[in-house]
Design a binder for this molecule. Structure first.
Ligand SMILES: NC(=O)c1ccc[n+]([C@@H]2O[C@H](COP(=O)([O-])OP(=O)(O)OC[C@H]3O[C@@H](n4cnc5c(N)ncnc54)[C@H](OP(=O)(O)O)[C@@H]3O)[C@@H](O)[C@H]2O)c1
Length: 316
């Protein structure tokens, strides 16, 4: 850590998934850390329990030279007004995801820095890995360099998080944001959830047992995902039976065929043009109607009950 970094006060705004891990790792790396949290909520109590000095978000921002904006992305536009106005001259604002830097049009004083330091995993893992002496890789990008020290401060922050023990990937705010959104829509959340549901429905509609369909098409996904994580696609293929391998190479491209690939290109274009971000802002402003409707529908789906029976869990 640089000498300048050691002397700067870091305000962590939002003591949640990322915020708690950042605050604890930075403090254990010798940083002077305070927390900004809303009064009377859970985050305030948790931060106090961990012996941090806690202030209202704008007051914490006013007391710090480095301000990490770690409230949920959808809460940033509203929270930013008073935080942005409270920033000291020469402050450095750190984001863990580029979404609001790219789409948020946040007003930022010209003499401040704004950087992206995005660890490649959830806060719980960031903390666990740090505690055992390792680090999670992180993406770093500059957004505004008001002091001429923005990049050094981003590296410094990532170092104090433990991420420099692994690897710091230099990227841009645009690349981090667009790739992150595309990954969660096409594979990690949207694609995966729809794939397993469609496969389960196909088997059940053909008369197979809902419990066995669940175990085969959903529950076992973790074992294969672990193999993929450890070995990549080629390594995974070396670890499965000849029958599974032939089914894979001869049928997989029918599931993800030309229509799916066209949909992926279309989704990517919606992300790049900003139309997805505008649609999301409309959804949030309207009280999240699509999210509430679709999550309620999924919770009532018969696959949920099949899951509980298949795994011997109590009926909810
Ligand atoms: N989750 C991940 O795995 C992950 C990974 C990499 C990057 N990121 C990024 O990290 C950032 C933080 O995400 P997160 O998942 O850590 O958030 P989170 O856990 O969902 O929320 C953080 C905290 O923000 C507080 N909060 C909510 N609205 C607020 C407001 N208007 N003003 C002040 N505090 C508010 C909440 O506490 P109270 O309700 O108690 O006030 C909550 O505990 C995001 O930019 C996200 O994209 C997340």
């Amino acid at each position: 850590m640089t000498e300048a970094g050691r002397n700067e006060v870091v305000a962590i705004l939002g003591y949640g998934n990322q915020g708690a891990a950042h605050a604890l790792n930075l403090r254990d790396s010798g940083r002077r850390v305070i927390v900004g949290a809303r009064s009377g909520r859970g985050a305030e109590a948790r931060a106090k329990e961990a012996n941090f000095d806690v202030f209202a978000p704008a007051e914490a921002a006013a007391r710090a030279q480095v301000v990490a904006m770690l409230v949920p992305d959808e809460a940033v536009p509203e929270a930013w007004g008073e935080v942005g106005a409270a920033l000291q001259s020469g402050a450095c604002v750190v984001f863990a995801h580029g979404f609001n830097l790219l789409y948020g049009a946040l007003a930022l004083r010209a003499d401040a820095d704004a950087v992206l330091v995005a660890p490649t995993g959830p806060g719980r893992v960031l903390r666990q890995v740090y505690e055992r002496g390792d680090g999670l890789p992180a993406y770093l990008a500059g957004h505004q360099d008001g002091t001429g020290r923005a990049w050094a401060r981003a590296e410094d922050y990532a170092d104090a998080l433990g991420c420099a023990r692994a690897r710091l990937w230099r990227t841009t705010v645009r690349e981090e944001t667009e790739v992150d959104l595309f990954g969660e829509q096409s594979v990690l959340c949207g694609g995966m959830n729809e794939l397993v549901t469609a496969a389960w429905e196909t088997l059940v509609a053909a008369g197979y047992s809902p419990e066995i369909a669940y175990l085969e098409c959903v529950h076992q996904l973790k074992f294969l995902a672990d193999l993929l994580h450890e070995r990549g696609v080629s390594g995974l293929r070396r670890g499965i039976s000849g029958t599974a391998l032939y089914g894979d190479v001869s049928r997989g491209a029918r599931v993800i065929g030309p229509a799916s690939r066209a949909a992926m290109r279309e989704m990517l274009e919606e992300i790049r043009s900003g139309s997805f971000a505008r649609e999301l802002a409309g959804e949030m402003a309207a009280g999240r109607p699509t999210i509430l409707r679709e999550t309620a529908r999924a919770a009532a789906h018969p696959m949920e009950a099949a899951r509980r029976r298949a795994l011997g869990l109590p009926e909810s």
